[in-house]
Design a protein around this ligand. Structure first.
Ligand code: FAD
Ligand code: NAI
Length: 328
């Protein structure tokens, strides 16, 4: 019987590694503490439709990722998004069109990782708390004190702060990862009964508690949903207001939105707030992935590269490549 490889985290990095290993003929077993895949690329089903509260869109610059995204498009999991973009600076809201190709999951962001998951083996709602290295193999312990295993190797594909404890068997690796700081982002969704009277569909914001605004129904596959906007606060504002109650966050960010948009701002009929504690690495790294290859322990995620969807996917590929290379 082949001993599978365990992958902790079914976000885009974990699934990228899983797909590369599966293609190379290895058995993989994924674990995620959430109820579904996607992590920061997931979508939340709500009364106002399916909402992308984390990653809003992604760009593809590396040739390997460009090819991958084309395959996602061919499967119908991803589509191009060409919003009417604006920029808000010094109190001025101005159209800011550009030539950049931007992609989104269709009909929701989570469609991509759902597609990548396919028939791979996964345990959802399973938070791994410890990795135990026996004589030859690894076993994983979860928060219900169940043990999973044996596994030949383990890939930890979680945000850096959540990876530290899992890497305790490789102290050098754990110390490197402990040096990676990640910043939070408060996300708010607001739905309006009457669509806002603006052509704006996405906006980069400066000089405000807000960093980014998006009109959900301007994205492909979401046209029939109410006029729902996703607002992201800056890292600085999110850090300063980390423990603010959700109602207060909604009020503040709704206020900031009303201040910058030049149209009547009615009361929303639906509101939602979500705090991403580990939204983005404070600085970029160029590790690709990290490994203690002799121990069979690997770490990957957006924090190993650019802090974007593309970086996370490339990092998963790199973890798989190094693992395969060590075996051959
Ligand atoms: P994650 O998506 O965080 O996946 C890690 C997974 O590990 C999660 O599913 C988690 O549940 C699981 N996990 C953690 N600990 C455990 C454990 N102990 N046991 C089991 N499972 C565990 N990128 C862009 O390119 N464009 C954007 O517009 C963009 N906007 C963003 C906006 C926000 C608000 C946020 C939060 C992120 C944004 N990003 C954007 C970044 C992008 O979402 C991430 O870079 C990417 O999704 C990270 O993928 P990942 O697989 O490395 O990590
Ligand atoms: P991109 O090329 O569209 O944007 C990169 C940056 O360039 C933007 O943040 C913006 O400042 C600027 N920019 C791009 N087009 C612009 C335009 N038309 N007008 C004005 N400014 C423009 O996408 P890329 O490089 O893939 O970046 C991903 C996006 O994801 C970034 O906006 C980043 O801030 C965001 N992100 C947010 C996170 C969060 O936690 N809120 C985490 C990770 C990424």
């Amino acid at each position: 019987m082949t001993v599978p490889i365990a992958i902790i985290g079914a976000g885009i990095a974990g699934l990228s590694a899983a797909n590369a290993l599966h293609k190379a003929g290895y058995a993989v077993h994924l674990f995620d503490k959430s109820r579904g895949s996607g992590g920061r690329m997931s979508s939340k089903r709500s009364d106002a439709g399916s909402l992308d509260l984390g990653a809003q869109y992604f760009t593809a610059r590396d040739r390997r990722f460009v090819d991958e995204v084309q395959q996602w498009q061919a499967h119908g999991w991803a589509a191009e998004w060409s919003p009417h973009l604006y920029n808000h600076k010094n109190g001025q809201l101005t159209p800011s069109p550009d030539e950049q190709t931007r992609w989104v999951g269709a009909p929701r962001m989570s469609a991509i990782t759902r597609g990548m998951l396919g028939r791979l083996t996964v345990n959802f709602s399973c938070r791994i708390t410890d990795l135990i290295h026996g004589e030859k193999h690894w076993h994983l312990l979860d928060s219900d004190e169940c043990t999973h295993g044996p596994f030949s190797h383990v890939i930890v594909a979680t945000p850096a702060p959540q990876a530290i404890a899992l890497l305790a068997a490789a102290p050098k690796l754990a110390t490197t990862v402990a040096g990676v700081k990640m910043d939070p982002t408060w996300a708010v969704a607001l739905a309006f009964e009457t669509p806002l009277d603006t052509p704006m569909e996405g906006c980069f914001v400066q000089d405000s508690p807000l960093d980014w605004l998006a009109r959900n129904r301007s994205k492909p596959g979401r046209e029939d949903t109410p006029d729902t906007w996703v607002l992201h606060a800056t890292s600085a504002w999110s850090k300063q207001n980390l423990d603010l109650p959700k109602e207060a966050v909604i009020e503040h960010l709704h206020g900031a939105f009303a201040e910058l948009i030049h149209c009547t701002m009615p009361a929303p009929v639906f509101t939602l707030a979500h705090r991403w504690l580990y939204a983005r690495p404070s600085s970029a790294h160029e590790w690709g992935a990290l490994a203690d290859a002799d121990l069979g322990l690997y770490a990957c995620g957006d924090w190993c590269l650019s802090g974007r969807v593309e970086g996370a996917w490339l990092s998963g590929q790199e973890a798989a490549r190094r693992l395969i290379e060590h075996l051959s």
